[in-house]
Design a protein around this ligand. Structure first.
Ligand SMILES: [Zn+2]
Length: 577
């Protein structure tokens, strides 16, 4: 059809009259794909600590061309992997999503159960797969679930991690797939909750024995020093998770799988916004062994930076960075190795939680004149009680939890909160009290949350997280994409702010129990002069340190223009080819 001169002129006039028509809001340009990268154990200070060592296109893509929140802290005490991943994608704390630990004592089953375990399902992808995993313990839905609801299932949602809990919980109920590995063989698996057999591409991935190239490797630092090897010990059956897990090779393996998933599932090519949650597990496995201040952890962080750069480059070529939003965070931080902290004269110690559990049990056995295993599980600083043992001596939950709490104090913990007490909202009106109210879950039986002294670790020979202290709660929170105004933001933020912000921009509901706020300070103003008097992003705000990636005069940048610039960024990320 030919365009008449009259309609051309009319069109031109319309364009002049409404220069932002169609771009009234920068956010109307829905991305093709949202990628949320969760680094399993990455403390909020690392991005700053190694800032001058980051290469191009990895963390710098977010730090220099995205929005970086430097002061993001979890506002709860149980800073563990399962709660952290659930928090990030539900926008709620444990009192909303129900996941308060990785594992807990199940009095009915008389067994320890893990957060994503589901006996009603079977593992898929390994012969004779045992009990599988599902999000059935979640009491709240996720960003992916809301995307699914808003698009009547057209959005596609996937989770990938080495650990089931880090893949299944953030992906949510309606996810198309969640993948993790069989720890022994390294094979990628899923559960019958999602499907009865692996998709062809994942079967091929496993049958090509891709995991083998990560074995018998040396991990070297930039000076060529061998930090670790993935060579199985002679005469011992190699366990992929143990051998490869604590090296950057494990993250390479995850990225390789994620690339295949994006390619074969055609993520970013559908009729609606797709979502991928990728949790990098290797950082956590190593961190527990060597602590946050070791040269190995630095080498791991630098390797993660290069791996991210490679992945972002792949996304740029595959889908175009202008079509993608990226968010980066972590499920928790990490305490320094006690010997490092003690060396600086901070009060710090490795203690043995088995000893504390034995001490509590023998104390209670004497006091109640009835020997029993009153505390079944003690994952420092949290104790799970054995209701049966207390019932035998006619002690109520309230009294049982108080008795255990007092025994924990005797054993050196500073204070305690009981399940009974938290269920009633009975906590002091303090910052710490609120953190423990946020840690409550009606799941997980009878329990007592001990308040540990800072810098105490519940086992010997490494370090841990799971406290309300800043070294555990401080995590990165950074965004890259068209709606996000480049800058360093020192305003207070929480991981629960991630999904309500994305939901708002996507024009969908936030997850059911989301309590976070929309991080409005980082959003590109929707219209000229709509937000600040000078018509541009407020670069004078003391909380924002603009990186000047967009010219300062560019008060309003249309989606089209920004998209064009993003493509330029894509090229820069790619670098010389
Ligand atoms: Zn973790």
């Amino acid at each position: 059809m030919r365009t008449s001169p009259r309609s051309l002129i009319l069109g031109l006039l319309l364009c002049l009259a409404f220069p932002v028509a169609g771009f009234g809001s920068a956010y109307n340009a829905r991305p093709k794909l949202v990628v949320i990268i969760v680094i399993d154990q990455f403390r909020g200070d690392y991005l700053e600590r190694y800032r001058d060592q980051w290469g191009e296109g990895g963390f710098r893509l977010l730090l220099e061309h995205g929005a970086d929140f430097t002061d993001c802290n979890y506002d709860y005490a149980n800073t563990r992997t399962a709660p952290g991943h659930a928090t990030l994608l539900t926008g709620a704390y444990s009192n909303g999503h129900g996941i308060m630990a990785n594992e807990w004592w199940d009095a009915q089953k008389k067994a320890t159960v893990a957060a994503a375990d589901d006996d009603q399902t079977k593992l898929v992808g390994i012969p004779g797969g045992g009990p599988g995993a599902s999000p059935h313990n979640l009491l709240a839905d996720t960003l992916g679930d809301e995307l699914k609801l808003a698009t009547q299932g057209k959005s596609r949602v996937f989770g990938v991690a080495l650990k089931d809990r880090a893949s299944v919980l953030p992906a949510g109920f309606a996810a198309d797939g969640a993948y993790w590995i069989d720890r022994a063989s390294g094979a990628w698996i899923t559960s019958t909750y999602y499907r009865n057999e692996l998709p062809k591409w994942a079967q091929d991935f496993n049958s090509n024995k891709r995991e083998e190239k990560y074995l018998n490797q040396e991990w070297k630092d930039s000076n060529g020093n061998v930090l670790r090897t993935t060579k199985p010990v002679e005469g011992k059956a190699g366990n992929f998770y143990d051998l490869v897990g604590s090296t950057p090779l494990a993250n390479d393996y995850e990225f390789e799988f994620a690339r295949e998933l994006i390619t074969y599932e055609k993520l970013g090519n559908g009729p609606a916004t797709d979502l991928l949650i990728l949790s990098l597990s290797a950082n956590d496995i190593l961190g527990h062994k060597v602590g946050p201040d070791s040269p190995e952890m630095q080498a791991m962080a630098l390797a993660t930076d290069r791996q991210l750069a490679g992945f972002f480059e792949f996304l740029g070529h595959q889908i175009g960075l202008a079509n993608i939003w990226i968010a980066l965070s972590a499920d928790h931080g990490l305490a320094p190795l006690p010997k490092i902290a003690a060396g600086l004269r901070l009060p710090a110690a490795n203690i043995t939680s088995d000893k504390i559990r034995a001490q509590v049990n023998s104390g209670l056995s004497a006091r109640l004149a009835h020997p029993a295993e009153y505390v079944k599980e003690f994952d420092y600083p949290v104790a799970w009680l054995n209701p049966e043992a207390f019932a035998a001596v006619k002690v109520s939950e309230q009294d049982a939890e108080r008795d255990v709490g007092e025994a924990l104090k005797q054993a050196g913990l500073r204070a305690y909160y009981t399940r009974f007490q938290l269920e009633r909202g009975d906590a002091p009106n303090t910052e710490l009290g609120l953190k423990y109210l946020h840690s409550y879950s009606p799941l997980a039986g009878w329990y007592v949350l001990g308040v540990p002294p800072p810098f105490t670790i519940g086992f010997v020979g490494g370090t841990d997280h799971a406290t309300p202290y800043n070294y555990d709660t401080h995590v990165p929170l950074a965004f890259y994409g068209l709606p996000f105004q480049t800058g360093t933001y020192r305003t207070r933020a929480e991981p629960v702010d991630l999904v309500p912000t994305l939901a708002s921009l996507l024009g969908i509901n936030a997850p059911t129990h989301s309590i976070g706020r929309v991080l409005t300070e980082m959003l590109v103003p929707a219209r000229r002069g709509a937000t600040t008097s000078n018509g541009g992003p407020d670069r004078n705000s003391p909380a924002v340190e603009g990186r000047n990636f967009w010219p300062a005069s560019d008060g309003f940048i249309s989606t089209k223009t920004r998209a064009a610039r993003m493509r330029t960024t894509t090229l820069q990320v790619g670098g010389p080819r």
